[in-house]
Write a protein that binds this ligand. Structure first.
Ligand code: F6R
Length: 369
Protein backbone atom coordinates (compact mmCIF):
# COMPACT_ATOMS: atom_id res chain seq x y z
CA UNK A 1 0.00 0.00 0.00
CA UNK A 2 2.93 2.36 0.63
CA UNK A 3 4.17 1.47 -2.83
CA UNK A 4 7.69 0.65 -1.65
CA UNK A 5 8.09 3.84 0.40
CA UNK A 6 8.79 3.76 4.13
CA UNK A 7 6.01 6.21 4.85
CA UNK A 8 2.80 7.35 3.22
CA UNK A 9 4.15 10.87 3.42
CA UNK A 10 7.09 9.99 1.16
CA UNK A 11 4.74 8.28 -1.26
CA UNK A 12 2.42 11.26 -1.27
CA UNK A 13 5.27 13.72 -1.81
CA UNK A 14 6.36 11.61 -4.78
CA UNK A 15 2.82 11.54 -6.17
CA UNK A 16 2.65 15.31 -6.45
CA UNK A 17 3.43 15.62 -10.18
CA UNK A 18 0.55 13.27 -10.93
CA UNK A 19 -1.76 14.93 -8.40
CA UNK A 20 -1.09 18.30 -9.99
CA UNK A 21 -1.60 16.98 -13.52
CA UNK A 22 -4.81 15.17 -12.52
CA UNK A 23 -6.21 18.32 -10.97
CA UNK A 24 -5.65 20.20 -14.24
CA UNK A 25 -6.99 17.37 -16.38
CA UNK A 26 -9.99 18.31 -18.49
CA UNK A 27 -10.07 21.83 -17.14
CA UNK A 28 -7.92 23.53 -19.77
CA UNK A 29 -9.35 23.18 -23.25
CA UNK A 30 -7.17 22.91 -26.37
CA UNK A 31 -7.63 26.59 -27.17
CA UNK A 32 -5.99 27.40 -23.83
CA UNK A 33 -9.04 28.67 -22.00
CA UNK A 34 -10.56 27.21 -18.86
CA UNK A 35 -13.72 25.17 -18.63
CA UNK A 36 -14.79 24.83 -15.04
CA UNK A 37 -18.26 23.36 -15.49
CA UNK A 38 -18.24 22.24 -11.89
CA UNK A 39 -18.30 25.84 -10.77
CA UNK A 40 -22.06 26.00 -11.00
CA UNK A 41 -22.16 29.67 -10.25
CA UNK A 42 -23.12 31.38 -13.50
CA UNK A 43 -20.74 33.74 -15.30
CA UNK A 44 -23.21 36.58 -14.75
CA UNK A 45 -23.23 35.89 -11.01
CA UNK A 46 -19.44 35.71 -11.03
CA UNK A 47 -19.31 39.10 -12.73
CA UNK A 48 -21.38 40.58 -9.89
CA UNK A 49 -19.05 39.46 -7.14
CA UNK A 50 -17.41 42.32 -5.31
CA UNK A 51 -15.44 40.39 -2.70
CA UNK A 52 -13.86 36.97 -2.28
CA UNK A 53 -13.44 35.53 1.19
CA UNK A 54 -11.40 32.38 1.69
CA UNK A 55 -11.84 30.29 4.83
CA UNK A 56 -9.72 27.28 5.77
CA UNK A 57 -7.50 25.80 8.49
CA UNK A 58 -3.83 24.84 8.72
CA UNK A 59 -2.20 23.92 5.43
CA UNK A 60 -5.38 24.67 3.48
CA UNK A 61 -5.29 28.17 5.00
CA UNK A 62 -1.79 28.61 3.59
CA UNK A 63 -3.11 27.67 0.15
CA UNK A 64 -5.72 30.37 0.67
CA UNK A 65 -3.10 32.97 1.55
CA UNK A 66 -1.33 32.25 -1.73
CA UNK A 67 -4.63 32.34 -3.62
CA UNK A 68 -5.20 35.89 -2.42
CA UNK A 69 -2.19 37.14 -4.39
CA UNK A 70 -3.42 35.39 -7.53
CA UNK A 71 -7.07 36.41 -7.20
CA UNK A 72 -6.38 40.06 -6.51
CA UNK A 73 -3.76 40.30 -9.25
CA UNK A 74 -5.69 38.58 -12.02
CA UNK A 75 -9.21 39.66 -11.17
CA UNK A 76 -8.86 42.92 -9.21
CA UNK A 77 -11.52 41.63 -6.80
CA UNK A 78 -10.59 42.28 -3.17
CA UNK A 79 -9.87 39.00 -1.41
CA UNK A 80 -9.67 38.25 2.30
CA UNK A 81 -8.31 35.05 3.76
CA UNK A 82 -9.28 34.01 7.23
CA UNK A 83 -8.77 31.12 9.56
CA UNK A 84 -12.13 29.39 9.64
CA UNK A 85 -11.97 29.20 13.43
CA UNK A 86 -11.79 33.00 13.71
CA UNK A 87 -14.12 33.89 10.90
CA UNK A 88 -17.63 33.38 12.18
CA UNK A 89 -16.93 34.63 15.66
CA UNK A 90 -16.18 38.14 14.51
CA UNK A 91 -19.40 38.96 12.67
CA UNK A 92 -17.83 39.17 9.19
CA UNK A 93 -19.37 41.45 6.56
CA UNK A 94 -20.90 39.25 3.88
CA UNK A 95 -23.75 39.46 1.44
CA UNK A 96 -25.04 38.06 -1.82
CA UNK A 97 -22.15 39.61 -3.75
CA UNK A 98 -19.47 37.90 -1.67
CA UNK A 99 -17.99 34.66 -2.97
CA UNK A 100 -16.78 32.49 -0.11
CA UNK A 101 -14.24 29.80 -0.94
CA UNK A 102 -13.86 27.01 1.62
CA UNK A 103 -10.70 24.96 1.16
CA UNK A 104 -10.49 21.55 2.80
CA UNK A 105 -8.70 18.30 2.00
CA UNK A 106 -10.98 16.11 4.11
CA UNK A 107 -14.18 18.06 3.58
CA UNK A 108 -15.00 17.35 7.22
CA UNK A 109 -13.14 20.04 9.16
CA UNK A 110 -15.66 21.37 11.67
CA UNK A 111 -14.35 24.94 11.78
CA UNK A 112 -14.43 25.26 7.99
CA UNK A 113 -17.90 23.74 7.85
CA UNK A 114 -19.26 26.13 10.47
CA UNK A 115 -17.68 29.08 8.61
CA UNK A 116 -19.35 28.12 5.34
CA UNK A 117 -22.71 27.61 7.04
CA UNK A 118 -22.40 31.07 8.49
CA UNK A 119 -21.57 32.48 5.04
CA UNK A 120 -24.57 30.83 3.43
CA UNK A 121 -26.85 32.21 6.14
CA UNK A 122 -25.68 35.67 5.09
CA UNK A 123 -26.70 34.90 1.51
CA UNK A 124 -23.20 34.42 0.11
CA UNK A 125 -22.36 31.81 -2.50
CA UNK A 126 -19.90 29.18 -1.29
CA UNK A 127 -17.47 27.37 -3.54
CA UNK A 128 -15.68 24.41 -1.92
CA UNK A 129 -12.22 23.30 -2.97
CA UNK A 130 -12.06 19.78 -1.64
CA UNK A 131 -10.26 16.46 -2.09
CA UNK A 132 -12.89 14.09 -0.73
CA UNK A 133 -15.84 13.22 -2.92
CA UNK A 134 -19.20 13.56 -1.29
CA UNK A 135 -17.86 14.83 2.03
CA UNK A 136 -19.82 17.30 4.12
CA UNK A 137 -18.20 20.57 3.01
CA UNK A 138 -18.86 20.10 -0.71
CA UNK A 139 -22.35 18.76 0.03
CA UNK A 140 -23.22 21.93 1.89
CA UNK A 141 -21.65 24.30 -0.66
CA UNK A 142 -23.23 25.87 -3.75
CA UNK A 143 -20.50 24.41 -5.95
CA UNK A 144 -17.34 22.39 -5.63
CA UNK A 145 -14.08 22.20 -7.49
CA UNK A 146 -12.52 18.88 -6.55
CA UNK A 147 -8.79 18.48 -6.23
CA UNK A 148 -7.65 15.17 -7.68
CA UNK A 149 -4.83 14.34 -5.29
CA UNK A 150 -6.20 10.89 -4.54
CA UNK A 151 -6.47 9.69 -0.94
CA UNK A 152 -4.05 11.41 1.40
CA UNK A 153 -3.20 9.09 4.30
CA UNK A 154 -0.29 10.78 6.06
CA UNK A 155 -1.55 13.25 8.64
CA UNK A 156 0.71 15.99 7.29
CA UNK A 157 -0.77 17.39 4.12
CA UNK A 158 1.48 17.48 1.04
CA UNK A 159 -0.08 16.52 -2.27
CA UNK A 160 -3.43 17.92 -1.18
CA UNK A 161 -1.73 21.28 -0.63
CA UNK A 162 -0.23 21.40 -4.12
CA UNK A 163 -3.56 20.50 -5.68
CA UNK A 164 -5.34 23.11 -3.54
CA UNK A 165 -2.95 25.65 -5.02
CA UNK A 166 -3.72 24.44 -8.53
CA UNK A 167 -7.46 24.67 -7.86
CA UNK A 168 -7.04 28.18 -6.45
CA UNK A 169 -5.07 29.29 -9.52
CA UNK A 170 -7.78 27.80 -11.74
CA UNK A 171 -10.47 29.73 -9.88
CA UNK A 172 -8.45 32.95 -10.03
CA UNK A 173 -7.73 32.54 -13.75
CA UNK A 174 -11.32 31.55 -14.44
CA UNK A 175 -12.65 34.61 -12.63
CA UNK A 176 -10.20 36.69 -14.66
CA UNK A 177 -11.36 35.00 -17.84
CA UNK A 178 -15.07 35.43 -17.09
CA UNK A 179 -14.80 39.03 -15.97
CA UNK A 180 -12.14 40.10 -18.46
CA UNK A 181 -9.19 42.01 -17.04
CA UNK A 182 -6.25 43.85 -18.47
CA UNK A 183 -4.19 40.73 -17.73
CA UNK A 184 -5.74 38.70 -20.56
CA UNK A 185 -2.38 37.91 -22.18
CA UNK A 186 -0.75 37.09 -18.88
CA UNK A 187 -3.65 34.81 -18.00
CA UNK A 188 -3.15 32.93 -21.27
CA UNK A 189 0.58 32.60 -20.63
CA UNK A 190 0.03 31.39 -17.06
CA UNK A 191 -2.47 28.78 -18.20
CA UNK A 192 0.23 27.47 -20.54
CA UNK A 193 2.81 27.48 -17.74
CA UNK A 194 0.38 25.75 -15.41
CA UNK A 195 -0.15 22.94 -17.90
CA UNK A 196 3.61 22.25 -17.78
CA UNK A 197 4.08 22.68 -14.04
CA UNK A 198 3.78 19.01 -13.17
CA UNK A 199 7.07 18.36 -15.01
CA UNK A 200 8.74 21.10 -12.99
CA UNK A 201 7.52 19.53 -9.75
CA UNK A 202 8.99 16.25 -10.99
CA UNK A 203 12.33 17.94 -11.62
CA UNK A 204 12.37 19.32 -8.09
CA UNK A 205 11.76 15.85 -6.68
CA UNK A 206 14.76 14.51 -8.61
CA UNK A 207 17.10 16.92 -6.82
CA UNK A 208 16.06 16.35 -3.21
CA UNK A 209 19.00 14.24 -1.96
CA UNK A 210 21.07 17.24 -0.78
CA UNK A 211 17.99 18.56 1.06
CA UNK A 212 17.70 15.24 2.91
CA UNK A 213 21.40 15.26 3.76
CA UNK A 214 21.12 18.82 5.05
CA UNK A 215 18.06 17.96 7.17
CA UNK A 216 19.96 15.13 8.87
CA UNK A 217 22.69 17.54 9.98
CA UNK A 218 20.09 19.72 11.71
CA UNK A 219 18.42 17.01 13.79
CA UNK A 220 19.72 18.38 17.09
CA UNK A 221 18.74 22.01 16.49
CA UNK A 222 16.04 23.58 18.64
CA UNK A 223 14.65 26.07 16.21
CA UNK A 224 14.40 26.77 12.49
CA UNK A 225 13.15 30.05 11.04
CA UNK A 226 11.57 30.54 7.62
CA UNK A 227 11.44 33.79 5.68
CA UNK A 228 9.63 34.72 2.52
CA UNK A 229 7.75 37.55 0.94
CA UNK A 230 4.89 37.92 -1.52
CA UNK A 231 3.73 34.35 -2.26
CA UNK A 232 6.92 33.11 -0.61
CA UNK A 233 5.58 34.28 2.75
CA UNK A 234 2.79 31.67 2.98
CA UNK A 235 5.33 29.13 1.68
CA UNK A 236 7.50 30.04 4.69
CA UNK A 237 4.49 29.57 6.99
CA UNK A 238 3.83 26.17 5.46
CA UNK A 239 7.47 25.12 5.82
CA UNK A 240 7.34 26.05 9.50
CA UNK A 241 4.02 24.24 10.08
CA UNK A 242 5.36 21.05 8.49
CA UNK A 243 8.43 21.18 10.72
CA UNK A 244 6.39 21.72 13.89
CA UNK A 245 3.98 18.89 13.21
CA UNK A 246 6.53 16.36 12.03
CA UNK A 247 9.82 17.19 13.74
CA UNK A 248 8.29 18.67 16.93
CA UNK A 249 10.76 21.52 16.62
CA UNK A 250 10.16 25.17 17.22
CA UNK A 251 9.71 26.68 13.78
CA UNK A 252 8.34 30.01 12.70
CA UNK A 253 7.64 31.61 9.37
CA UNK A 254 8.01 35.36 8.90
CA UNK A 255 7.40 37.87 6.17
CA UNK A 256 10.94 38.94 5.31
CA UNK A 257 9.93 42.60 5.38
CA UNK A 258 9.05 42.18 9.07
CA UNK A 259 12.56 41.13 10.09
CA UNK A 260 13.53 44.58 11.32
CA UNK A 261 10.28 44.90 13.24
CA UNK A 262 11.24 42.19 15.69
CA UNK A 263 12.21 38.76 14.44
CA UNK A 264 15.79 39.75 13.63
CA UNK A 265 16.40 39.68 17.39
CA UNK A 266 16.07 35.88 17.17
CA UNK A 267 19.01 35.59 14.80
CA UNK A 268 22.07 34.22 16.52
CA UNK A 269 25.10 32.12 15.69
CA UNK A 270 24.23 29.04 13.64
CA UNK A 271 20.41 29.33 13.72
CA UNK A 272 19.13 27.73 10.51
CA UNK A 273 17.09 30.20 8.49
CA UNK A 274 15.32 29.00 5.36
CA UNK A 275 14.71 31.81 2.89
CA UNK A 276 12.29 31.51 -0.02
CA UNK A 277 13.61 33.89 -2.68
CA UNK A 278 11.24 35.40 -5.24
CA UNK A 279 12.20 35.31 -8.88
CA UNK A 280 14.72 37.96 -9.96
CA UNK A 281 12.53 38.48 -13.02
CA UNK A 282 9.11 40.08 -12.70
CA UNK A 283 8.91 41.62 -9.26
CA UNK A 284 12.65 42.15 -9.07
CA UNK A 285 12.43 44.76 -6.30
CA UNK A 286 11.31 42.04 -3.94
CA UNK A 287 14.17 39.85 -5.03
CA UNK A 288 16.73 42.53 -4.26
CA UNK A 289 15.19 43.26 -0.89
CA UNK A 290 15.27 39.64 0.15
CA UNK A 291 18.90 39.30 -0.95
CA UNK A 292 19.75 42.11 1.44
CA UNK A 293 17.76 40.33 4.18
CA UNK A 294 19.89 37.23 3.59
CA UNK A 295 23.04 39.36 3.85
CA UNK A 296 21.78 40.88 7.11
CA UNK A 297 20.97 37.61 8.82
CA UNK A 298 24.15 35.97 7.62
CA UNK A 299 26.21 38.86 8.97
CA UNK A 300 24.64 37.97 12.35
CA UNK A 301 25.79 34.38 12.09
CA UNK A 302 22.65 32.64 10.81
CA UNK A 303 23.07 29.52 8.73
CA UNK A 304 21.29 30.45 5.52
CA UNK A 305 19.36 27.83 3.58
CA UNK A 306 18.29 29.54 0.40
CA UNK A 307 15.59 28.37 -2.00
CA UNK A 308 16.12 30.24 -5.25
CA UNK A 309 15.29 29.96 -8.89
CA UNK A 310 17.77 28.35 -11.29
CA UNK A 311 20.07 30.99 -12.72
CA UNK A 312 19.66 33.37 -9.78
CA UNK A 313 23.33 34.11 -9.11
CA UNK A 314 22.82 37.05 -6.75
CA UNK A 315 22.07 34.75 -3.81
CA UNK A 316 25.12 32.52 -4.24
CA UNK A 317 27.60 34.48 -2.08
CA UNK A 318 25.22 34.50 0.91
CA UNK A 319 23.81 30.98 0.80
CA UNK A 320 25.36 28.42 3.14
CA UNK A 321 23.08 25.90 1.45
CA UNK A 322 21.44 26.55 -1.88
CA UNK A 323 18.33 24.71 -3.05
CA UNK A 324 17.45 25.33 -6.67
CA UNK A 325 13.91 25.37 -8.04
CA UNK A 326 12.87 25.72 -11.70
CA UNK A 327 12.01 29.06 -13.25
CA UNK A 328 8.26 29.66 -12.94
CA UNK A 329 6.00 32.70 -13.14
CA UNK A 330 6.16 34.49 -9.77
CA UNK A 331 2.65 33.56 -8.69
CA UNK A 332 3.18 29.86 -9.42
CA UNK A 333 6.47 29.56 -7.53
CA UNK A 334 4.84 28.03 -4.41
CA UNK A 335 4.14 24.87 -6.43
CA UNK A 336 7.86 24.20 -6.72
CA UNK A 337 9.22 26.00 -3.64
CA UNK A 338 7.07 24.09 -1.13
CA UNK A 339 8.32 20.67 -2.19
CA UNK A 340 11.83 20.97 -0.68
CA UNK A 341 10.26 22.13 2.60
CA UNK A 342 8.08 19.01 2.74
CA UNK A 343 11.08 16.78 2.10
CA UNK A 344 13.10 18.73 4.67
CA UNK A 345 10.47 18.27 7.40
CA UNK A 346 9.93 14.61 6.60
CA UNK A 347 13.64 13.85 6.76
CA UNK A 348 14.13 15.81 9.98
CA UNK A 349 11.24 13.90 11.57
CA UNK A 350 12.85 10.62 10.56
CA UNK A 351 16.25 11.71 11.84
CA UNK A 352 14.67 12.58 15.19
CA UNK A 353 12.98 9.20 15.37
CA UNK A 354 9.45 10.54 15.07
CA UNK A 355 6.48 8.75 13.63
CA UNK A 356 6.17 10.47 10.24
CA UNK A 357 2.68 9.44 9.18
CA UNK A 358 1.08 9.80 12.60
CA UNK A 359 2.59 12.77 14.42
CA UNK A 360 1.78 12.93 18.11
CA UNK A 361 -1.46 14.61 19.18
CA UNK A 362 -2.70 15.15 15.62
CA UNK A 363 -5.61 13.69 13.69
CA UNK A 364 -6.03 13.64 9.92
CA UNK A 365 -9.44 15.13 10.03
CA UNK A 366 -10.47 17.54 12.78
CA UNK A 367 -14.20 17.08 13.17
CA UNK A 368 -14.49 18.89 16.48
CA UNK A 369 -13.98 22.57 17.19
C1 F6R B 1 -1.14 20.14 8.08
C2 F6R B 1 -2.49 19.61 8.11
C3 F6R B 1 -3.59 20.40 8.75
C4 F6R B 1 -4.79 20.49 7.80
C5 F6R B 1 -5.97 21.20 8.46
C6 F6R B 1 -7.14 21.34 7.52
O1 F6R B 1 -0.26 19.29 7.46
O2 F6R B 1 -2.72 18.55 7.62
O3 F6R B 1 -3.15 21.69 9.09
O4 F6R B 1 -4.39 21.15 6.65
O5 F6R B 1 -6.37 20.47 9.60
O6 F6R B 1 -7.63 20.12 7.11
P1 F6R B 1 -8.60 19.98 5.89
O7 F6R B 1 -7.87 20.44 4.68
O8 F6R B 1 -8.97 18.52 5.82
O9 F6R B 1 -9.79 20.87 6.17
Amino acid sequence: EKGGYDYFMLKEIAEQPKAVADTLLGRIDPSGSLTLDEVRISPSELREIDKVVIVACGTAFHAGLIAKYAIEHWTRIPCEVELASEFRYRDPILDGRSLVIAISQSGETMDTLMALRHAREQGSKVLAICNTNGSTIPRESDAVLYTHAGPEVAVASTKAFLTQLVACYLVALYLGQVRGTKWGDEIQAVIRDLSRISEEVERVLETMEPVRALARTLATKNTVLFLGRHVGYPVALEGALKLKELAYMHAEGFAAGELKHGPIALIEEDVPVVVVVPSPRGRSVLHDKIVSNIQEIRARGARTIVIAEEGDEAVVPYADHLIRVPVTPTLLQPLVATVPLQVFACELATARGNEVDQPRNLAKSVTVE
